[in-house]
Design a protein around this ligand. Sequence first.
Ligand SMILES: [Cu+2]
Length: 108
Amino acid sequence: MQTQLLKVTGMTCDGCASNVTNALRAITGVSDVKVSLAAGEATVQFDERLTSPQQLKSAVRHAGYGVDGTPPVHSHHGKGGCRGDDANASTSAVPAAHDHQGKRGCCG
Ligand SMILES: [Cu+2]
């Protein structure tokens, strides 16, 4: 069992944090995931025989977030946003390329 600390960028609310958590938990071999929204970090425990840090990072990127220096692929916050929080989204400094709500159902 190994522990990997990932620097995740683009997380701006609890919904983002759970997106990242779910993406990592979905990987075979991952046994525990702790995401800190404030720190922009994900701590992942995984079985190195079943997965790899590369796979963990790729899962974060596919969820739409940046990891270890790669920029976030997209943000859902500019278009109606997380939790339907439009007021927050419109004042967000995060630029949005497109909306992923239809794909993964961010923020429940
Ligand atoms: Cu969010």
